[in-house]
Every structure is written in C-alpha cells, then in structure tokens.
Write a protein that binds this ligand. Sequence first.
Ligand SMILES: *Cc1c(COP(=O)(O)O)cnc(C)c1O
Length: 365
Amino acid sequence: MNKDDFSNFNLNSLIRDNILKIDPYLSAREEYSYQEKNSIFLDANENSFGSPLSFSNSYNRYPDPLQKELKRKISEIKKISSSKIFLGNGSDEIIDLIYRIFSRPNTDNVIIFPPTYGMYEVSGKIHGVDIVKVFLTEEEYQLNLKKIKKAINPYSRIIFICSPNNPTGNDIKKEDIENIIKKFPGIVVLDEAYIDFSEKESFSLELEKYPNLIILQTLSKSWGLAGLRIGIAISSEEIIQWMNKVKFPYNVSQISQKIAIQALNNKDLFFYHLKNILSERKYMEDSLTKIPIIDKVYPSSSNFILVKISFSSKNLYQHLIDKKIIVRDQSKIILCNECLRITVGTHEENEYLIDQMKKYSEKCS
Ligand SMILES: *Cc1c(COP(=O)(O)O)cnc(C)c1O
C-alpha cells in the first residue's frame, strides 16, 4: 500500500481471469471493409434495400463500433489522443464495464465515498461485489484519508471518486485525489461528469502519470445531450483496449454518433450555455442565501446546488411539487439530512423557484 511510483504496476494482475482469456467478438464492421465507403457490403446481413424511413436511407447499416469520427472530435476538444478515449451508452455503461473487467463477484470489494452518485453502489450490487463505504467528512464533504487507508484490504479492486461530487456539488481536494491514486494498488475511477462547471482542471491533463486511473466524463451535462446517452472514459491505451474488448459491439447508435458530432461542431453555443449556467448559479446562490428557512447553501462547482432547510425539507419539497417545481429531496441520504438538491434552470425557472421558496418561508415564520 506504500507505492509511491508505478514501477511495479501490473495491469493484467487486476483483470478478472475469465476476461483475460476471452477472444473478443469481431464484428463485420471492425474489419477493413468499414473504411471502404464504395464497397458492396454483403457481410453483416443488413437490409441492402434500406429502411422504410421516408427521410433518410442511412440507418440500414450497423454503426461504426469504435465511433472513430466522434472520438476524433472529442479528442480535438479535450486534447487527448483518440486511443485513450472510450465511448459508452452513458457513463453508466462504463461503470458497469469497469466492474466487469476489474472485480470478481463474491470475492472483491469496491470503495466509495458517500454521499455520492448512486450508480457506483447499484452497479456493484448487480455484480455481487462488496461495497465498502467511507463517508466524506461532515460539512466540508472531503475525503477522510485516514479512514480510507484503514478500509483498504487486499481484495479492494476499485475506488470511485466523484469530483465535483454529486449530490454535494463541491470539488474534492486535488492533493487528496492524487494521494489516493498514488497509494492505491487497484483502479481509481475519477468521475468528472461536472468538471466543465468547475474552476478546477481535469485530471485528464495528468493522465500519463497514472496507469491505474480511469476518468469519466459525459455529454449528458455541460453538453446538454443527456438524451443521446454518450459517456466518455479517458485512460491508458491498455485499459481502453480492455473496455473495447468487453463492450457490446455496437454500443453507441448511429443516430447518437451523428448528432453528437453536430453538437461538438457548435462549440460557440456550448460556451454560451455554459456561461449562462454559471451566472444563473451565482444568481441562485445569492438569492437562496437570503431566504430565512434556508440554513445553508453549499458551495457548488457543478450545475446544481445543495441547500439545507432549517426545518422539514420534505414539506418544502412537497410545496414545490404543488407548484409544479421538481427538485431532488436528499433527506434520506447520509450527511444530507434536510437537504434539497436543486438543478440550475433557465432564468425564468430560477426566478419562479426563488419566488415560491420565499412565499413558503414567509408562511413558516
Ligand atoms: C449525471 C452523472 C453522470 C452521467 O451519467 P450518463 O450515464 O453519462 O448520463 C455520471 N456521473 C455522475 C456523478 C453524474 O451525476
């Protein structure tokens, strides 16, 4: 556990035995033929006459299994080589793949830091892997390094860190993340779903230093493409190749690939929306702080804000529902007692929310 450099790092020793042994399914479109646009394709049992769609005839073919054009765009934007990028059917598919590759059911355990994103635990339970929880520190929501070190045992295969963290919204301290990546002999997954809303830099800039690091990003949040289901993993070429071996051959649909490329070509609008979200976040933070029933507005590096209500977040939640405003009640989540998580909306939406909260607060006083 006292490994300060990675000279002894052996990726294969972390990979599940049955996975080490498989020969991947080679889809027809993975062979050279996919590149040759002018060929006659009689290799994949597609319908050569086309689909019954009236507007397009381009969906009768299987999509590019490795999403090369889309990866090239993401590679340009994130300044990371395509060979270090994996795309999944949302980050949730990637989390599942990481369990499949790196953990053994009924044997291994995985360490998570609640309150955090629920899928790490759900996916672990689906895979029959023990979930070891080391809670974040109270109020600051930072890693508890001492307790983490005690919790790690020889069967700990994966650690999930979420920064900025969901549902608390804050960045995890950089030196603490570095400490875990350097000391932990297994795989560290750093979920940066909200990194574009943070002032902190992505760890993807330091990928070369860490052969055990997998960074997760997504097009669902800052890029506004939750409906397409495109999650991104950034890691060493070796780890990316394992993911490619284990994934379903056509895991990202043709239509998702095509539309994502169109969106990524429109960076100006992306930055415009991002700027608006950040200024609306500020507006919400300022306004929420002034509402008497709100005890605390937690600092946010994301596109949502966690607030603590002085009494009964449940009642406020219900009041907002009655006004057709849906926020997330976190009162059952550890360390989030009486908390609501509120996503930053458009200015009109935020104004209406603040207005309704003020009215509720007045009623209570
Ligand atoms: C929203 C979110 C994701 C994104 O999931 P997708 O499956 O890519 O939509 C990942 N991690 C966290 C912490 C999230 O909050």
